[in-house]
Design a protein around this ligand. Structure first.
Ligand SMILES: Cc1cc2nc3c(=O)[nH]c(=O)nc-3n(C[C@H](O)[C@H](O)[C@H](O)COP(=O)(O)O)c2cc1C
Length: 343
């Protein structure tokens, strides 16, 4: 079972972005958010290197695992493996529009087959004690969302789904890239609000285009939760505010310098295991945004962290760019003040 408060704030599943390093970093910034893995297909779960593809650090918990697939038996099998790996939830992808996914006949094209989605949810539920959830769009192509979304929800709920995550725009299966499909089809938040009114007992979270605490709080007047993708990734400052603003809980870290210090021992341990610094620091490029020296911080990290001998010192030296630029600015202000006073 999922309680509505469990999904009050979620960081969306994002392929190539929300890997275990990213999630560890995000967990340092917010203890309260629910974190999602990247999507993994049932085939990869079955045949792939599980330690590499599915391993995670205890500190990341609770982590929800997103599966891609459309064969109920395969999904049931994969769900059992997900449960055995210690995840908190299994989420079925009914929203990804990429060609690769369409060829496998899953992701967003499942919006066209609500009965099959119900069979998938039922098979997954029967295979696990974990909550089984669905992340979907409001429709695809020329579907009428008033029918498509409500049918998908109704079928999933009848099959026992524990929560729904709705990316509040259609996916256009032909002619748009996955990236365009995250921006071009217009957002319709009100249909998700109406869905919640129609299914008051099912926890429902809204997703798509949310960037600020104010917008998030507005949405929470209508639905149980919000799921934030790009803004959470690009703007760590947003995640740092979540616990205090949405959960009335203490902030785990207070600024970007503290966030990096908190991550240091993790980085050291990962480097000892043979991980490349850049695989971790590529997720940190949104830190210090808007502060003096931020551009140099990013430049230094992207150019130096990929080198074979890159170490924690490489990161510290990039952070120093921000410290030095801040001091320079403060000095320049002080000099101006002194000059004004002497005149
Ligand atoms: C780089 C990237 C990868 C994504 N990969 C996935 C994925 O694996 N599974 C999924 O359901 N959605 C995926 N998405 C979509 C997001 O989960 C989310 O629905 C979308 O970005 C809209 O939310 P936002 O406006 O808050 O970013 C991805 C988005 C991005 C930017």
């Amino acid at each position: 079972m999922i309680r509505p408060e469990d999904i009050r704030f979620c960081v969306a599943p994002m392929m190539d972005w929300t890997d275990r390093h990213c999630r560890y970093f995000h967990r340092l910034l917010t203890r309260k958010a629910r974190l999602y893995t990247e999507m993994l297909t049932t085939g990869a779960v079955k045949h792939g290197d599980r330690a590499r593809l599915m391993g995670f650090n205890e500190f990341e918990r609770p982590v929800a695992f997103q599966l891609g697939g459309s064969d109920p038996k395969e999904l049931a099998f994969a769900t059992k493996i997900v449960e055995s790996q210690g995840y908190a939830e299994v989420n079925l992808n009914v929203g990804c529009p990429s060609d690769r996914v369409q060829n496998g006949a899953f992701g967003a094209c499942l919006m066209l087959q609500p009965k099959l989605v119900a069979d998938c949810v039922k098979a997954m539920k029967d295979a696990t004690v974990l909550p089984v959830t669905v992340k979907c769009r409001i429709g695809v192509d020329d579907q009428d969302p008033e029918i498509a979304l409500f049918e998908l929800a109704e079928n999933s709920i009848a099959a026992g789904v524990d929560a729904l995550f709705i990316h509040a725009r259609k996916a256009w299966l032909k002619g748009l890239s996955p990236k365009e499909n995250r921006d071009i089809p217009p957002l319709d938040y009100t249909i998700v609000h109406r869905l919640k009114k129609s299914f008051p007992k099912t926890p429902i979270a809204i997703n798509g285009g949310l960037e600020t605490i104010l917008q998030i709080k507005e949405q929470l007047q209508h639905v149980d939760g919000v799921m934030v993708g790009r803004a959470a990734y690009h703007n760590p400052a947003l995640l740092m505010m979540i616990d205090a603003e949405l959960f009335n809980a203490p902030k785990p870290v207070h600024d970007d310098f503290e966030a990096i210090e908190a991550l240091s021992s993790y980085i050291e341990k990962e480097l000892v295991k043979g991980e490349r610094l850049s695989n971790i620091t590529r997720h940190l490029l949104g830190l210090f945004a808007g502060q003096p020296g931020a551009r140099l911080f990013r430049q230094k990290l992207t150019s130096q962290a990929t080198k074979p001998n890159a170490s924690l010192e490489t990161l510290r030296s990039a952070v120093n760019e921000v410290r030095v630029a801040t001091l320079r600015l403060q000095l320049a202000h002080a000099e101006k003040l002194a000059e004004a006073e002497s005149q």
